[in-house]
Design a protein around this ligand. Structure first.
Ligand code: PGA
Length: 309
């Protein structure tokens, strides 16, 4: 058997090359990897010298990866996947006693995700949890930057390509302060929202996106009174009479009166959405993340109320 020659490249260089080819830019690769541009350029240069091939060509004010660079990136991804498999096998050898689950949830999930994580860690006590709670755009960024493996959200993006597991319904409801006349009637026609005072979440919020899409679909233009950065701030502002708002039912107490608000029985609501568990299709999940997906799949399939039960 011919002896295997060790690769003429380091993992660091390959990781950098992978980002440069994927992003098509030295600058953006440097940002993503938290390196300086000269470091990224130097690593690419070292690779070119070691392999005696051109990996990037100048194009306009930036660069263009060559065919050789794309081939090298595919090879690097295979090697990373193989390495990940080895780490998984190593973990399996230790019986999954150790490991870290890196997961993020959009802001509304803070009202229920801890229960899911608690049940999971009861089954897998050796796994540490790193949970980030942020708005939709920030969670999408974390998926792109791979600082998390799993995310819980209602509006998954097209990019990066994702696998998803539907978990449970996420009804979005219109809320008003306690005692508001609309909360004391039967059905309130949605046309009443035209010109009505409405509060919105900040740009980047999925709740805001879903609200705007619904308003647009029905040709409604409320009067936007304020933009607030969290569900809690929205609830307080609604209770104080600043305006109405559309929020996930899961952001409210079982009895919304405890938040000083009531659900308006408006036609066309609740807006039916779903909570999804998502992960990148182009990456292999760690064993800790795979187990969480399996755990949630079993919970979502359970007859009594799915993941929420
Ligand atoms: P967000 O969450 O409003 O906190 O972004 C909603 C979602 O995107 O699912």
């Amino acid at each position: 058997m011919t002896p295997i020659r060790p690769p003429r490249a380091t993992f660091h260089q390959l990781r950098t090359l992978e980002a440069v080819v994927r992003l098509g830019s030295i600058t953006r690769a440097a940002q993503e990897l938290h390196l300086t541009q000269p470091t990224v350029s130097a690593q690419i240069h070292e690779l070119q010298t070691a392999l005696d091939t051109v990996l990037v060509e100048p194009a306009g004010r930036g660069i263009r990866p060559t065919e050789a660079a794309r081939m090298l990136r595919a090879t690097a991804l295979d090697m990373f996947a193989r390495w990940q498999r080895f780490e998984d096998e190593l973990q399996a050898l230790h019986g999954l006693e150790r490991g870290v689950l890196r997961i993020a949830g959009v802001t509304t999930t803070e009202y229920f995700i801890a229960q899911w994580l608690h049940r999971y860690t009861t089954e897998h006590p050796g796994i540490d949890i790193e949970l980030a709670v942020d708005n939709r755009d920030a969670v999408v960024r974390r998926l792109r930057e791979e600082t998390i493996e799993l995310a819980v959200m209602m509006l998954p993006p097209d990019q990066p390509p994702l696998e998803s597991l539907p978990l449970m319904d996420n009804p979005l409801v219109l809320i008003a302060p306690l005692g508001h006349p609309w909360t004391r009637q039967g059905r309130v026609p949605r046309q009443r929202l035209q010109g009505a005072p409405l509060l919105l979440r900040e740009p980047g919020s999925g709740t805001r996106l879903a609200t705007e899409a619904w308003l647009r679909a029905h040709g409604l233009q409320p009067s936007i009174r304020a933009t607030l950065g969290s569900n809690e701030a929205i609830k307080h502002a609604v209770a104080a009479g600043l305006g109405l708002a559309i929020l996930s039912r899961h952001a409210l107490a079982d009895d919304p009166a405890r938040d000083g608000v009531a659900i308006v029985p408006m036609s066309g609501t609740p807006i039916e959405r779903r909570w999804m568990l998502v992960w990148r299709r182009d990456r292999r999940l760690s064993l800790a993340a795979q187990r969480f997906v399996e755990h949630m799949r079993a919970a979502a399939a359970a007859p009594a109320g799915g993941a929420a039960a």
